[in-house]
Design a protein around this ligand. Structure first.
Ligand SMILES: Cc1cc2nc3c(=O)[nH]c(=O)nc-3n(C[C@H](O)[C@H](O)[C@H](O)COP(=O)(O)OP(=O)(O)OC[C@H]3O[C@@H](n4cnc5c(N)ncnc54)[C@H](O)[C@@H]3O)c2cc1C
Length: 413
C-alpha cells in the first residue's frame, strides 16, 4: 500500500489525510503539537466561519484571494467546491448554517468542527496521527521521501506539506512550514501578517477604545484608493480592528513593509450621501436647538465620537445647537465621511489570522504538486495565497487539502 506523510494536522492536513486514505493509501500525519487542529476552536470568534456562500458565484473568487498562487484557487476549488465541502461536513455530522454569506457549523461551535474532524481521522484505520512530532527536514532519496522528525526518521512515497504559515504562532504555526519549503530549495515569497489589526497615529484611540460600528474604510496611496471595504470597525487602545480593517490590512501592511506611510480614510456614515447626512444633522440641531452641541448629537453619533468630532472641527462643546452655522455642519459632515488617519504599524503575526506570502505559485502545479519535486505536495496557508475575511481561508484549506490528498494518492510511484 502506498505510504503518504502529511506534515501538519491542521485544517488542510486533516482533510488531506482523509482524502489520501480514501484514495487507498496508508497515511501518517506528523503534528508537532500535542493535539491536532489547535487553531480551529479559535476561528470565527469561536464559531468557525468555515466557508462563504458567495463562492457559488464565480466573479467574487478572483477578488477574495491574493498572492502569487491565487490563480490556483479556481482549479483547486472546482475539485472540492462549496457543495462538496458542505456534503463533507454533513457526512461527519456538521450541518451548516448561513449568517449573511458566512457559513458556520449549525450550533455555532468551532470546537464541534475539530471534534468531528478528529473523530473522522481517528476512526480511519488507514490514518495514523503522530503527535508531538515536529518535522525537521524532508529529502528525496531515490523515488522515496525521507522525513526526519524530532523523534524518528521514516520514508514515504509522497509527502504533503500542510504545516501552515506564520500567523498566530501561539496556536502552533511559527513559520516552520515555509522554512521547510525553503530548505528544500523552493522559492518562498516574503511573509507578512494579513487579516490583522492596525496601529494608528491618533490621540483618540484610547478614548474610542471598544467602540464598534460599521464604516467604509479606504486605504489611500496619495489620493488614490488602493483597497476598500465596508463592514465593522472596532477601535482599540492603539489603533483599529474589526472585519473591515482585516479586509484592507494586507494592503496597509504591504505599504508599511515598503517603508511607506499608508493613510486610512473612514466614512462613518457609509449608508448616507453627503447631502443626506448634512440634512440629518441640520434637522436634529433645529429640533433640539436649546441643547449644548455635545448633548444635541447624542442620538445621532456614538457618545465617544462626539468630543472627537467637535475637537477635529474646532467647535466648542458648550456651544448651543442653535449657534452652529451651516458651514460648521458641512465641516462636520466632511470629517464624518472622510476621517483620515495615519497607519503606523500592525498587530504582527501574533494578532494576525493569516499569512500573506508562502510557497511561490510558480513552483506549484494545479494538482498542488511541486513542479521541481515530484511526490511533494502542499496545501493550506503554507502556499502564497491568502483570502479575505469571511470563511475564504478555511475554504482554501479544505479544498487544497482534498486536492493534495487525492492527487498524492493517485500519483504513480
Ligand atoms: C484567531 C484566528 C481566527 C480565524 N478565523 C477564521 C475563520 O473564521 N474563517 C477562516 O476561513 N479562516 C480563519 N482563520 C484562518 C484559518 O484558521 C487558517 O487559514 C487555516 O487554519 C490554515 O489551515 P492550514 O492547515 O494551512 O494551517 P493550520 O490550521 O495553521 O495548521 C498547521 C498545523 O501544522 C502544525 N505544524 C507546523 N509546523 C509543523 C512541523 N514542522 N511539523 C509538524 N507539524 C507542524 C501546526 O502545529 C498546525 O497544527 C483564523 C485564524 C486565526 C488565527
Amino acid at each position: 500500500m502506498k505510504r503518504i506523510a502529511v506534515i501538519g494536522g491542521g485544517a488542510s492536513g486533516l482533510v488531506a489525510a482523509i482524502a489520501a486514505a480514501e484514495g487507498g493509501c496508508s497515511v501518517t500525519v506528523f503534528e508537532k503539537a500535542d493535539r491536532v487542529g489547535r487553531k480551529i476552536p479559535a476561528t470565527g470568534n469561536g464559531r468557525c466561519n468555515l466557508s462563504n456562500l458567495s463562492l457559488k458565484c464565480d466573479p467574487i473568487m478572483d477578488e477574495a484571494y491574493h498572492g502569487s498562487a491565487r490563480g490556483l484557487f479556481l482549479p483547486v476549488f472546482s475539485g472540492f467546491d462549496l457543495d462538496r465541502t458542505l456534503d463533507f461536513f454533513q457526512s461527519i455530522g456538521i450541518p451548516v448554517r448561513a449568517e449573511g454569506d458566512r457559513l458556520y457549523p449549525y450550533n455555532l461551535q468551532a470546537a464541534s468542527v475539530i471534534d468531528a474532524l478528529r473523530d473522522r481521522v481517528e476512526r480511519d484505520p488507514r490514518i495514523e496521527v503522530r503527535l508531538d512530532q515536529e518535522v525537521l527536514a524532508m529529502k528525496r532519496s531515490g523515488s522515496r521521501w525521507q522525513i526526519q522528525t524530532s523523534a524518528e526518521k521514516s520514508s514515504f512515497d509522497a509527502v504533503i506539506l500542510a504545516a501552515g504559515g506564520k500567523a498566530a504562532p501561539q496556536l502552533g504555526t511559527d513559520g516552520s512550514g515555509p522554512a521547510l519549503a525553503k530548505k528544500m530549495g523552493l522559492h518562498v515569497t516574503s511573509l507578512s501578517p494579513a487579516l490583522v489589526k492596525l496601529q494608528l497615529d491618533s490621540p483618540y484611540c484610547k478614548r474610542l477604545s471598544g467602540l464598534r460600528m460599521d464604516a467604509a474604510v479606504r486605504v489611500l496611496d496619495g489620493e488614490k484608493c488602493i483597497r476598500a471595504c465596508t463592514d465593522e470597525i472596532i477601535f482599540t487602545d492603539d489603533g483599529i480592528s474589526g472585519s473591515a480593517i482585516f479586509m484592507i490590512s494586507q494592503a496597509a501592511t504591504t505599504f508599511l513593509a515598503q517603508n511607506k506611510q499608508p493613510l486610512l480614510e473612514l466614512d462613518l456614515f457609509p449608508e448616507m450621501e453627503t447631502e443626506e447626512l448634512y440634512a440629518l444633522i441640520r434637522g436634529i440641531l433645529d429640533h433640539v436647538s436649546w441643547k449644548p452641541i455635545l448633548d444635541a448629537l447624542n442620538g445621532t453619533l456614538h457618545k465617544k465620537l462626539i468630543p472627537v468630532l467637535l475637537k477635529e472641527t474646532d467647535i466648542g462643546k458648550d456651544q448651543s445647537a442653535s449657534s452652529i452655522k451651516d458651514g460648521e455642519i458641512r465641516t462636520m459632515v466632511q470629517f464624518l465621511k472622510h476621517w483620515k488617519l495615519k497607519v503606523t504599524g500592525h498587530g504582527g503575526f501574533k494578532n494576525a489570522q493569516v499569512t500573506a506570502g508562502g510557497i511561490d505559485g510558480a513552483e506549484i502545479g494545479t494538482d498542488l504538486q511541486m513542479k521541481r519535486f515530484p511526490g511533494l505536495y502542499a496545501a493550506g496557508e503554507v502556499i502564497d495565497i491568502d483570502g479575505d475575511c469571511g470563511g475564504f481561508n478555511l475554504q482554501w484549506a479544505w479544498s487544497s487539502g482534498y486536492t493534495a490528498g487525492r492527487n498524492a494518492a493517485k500519483q504513480k510511484g
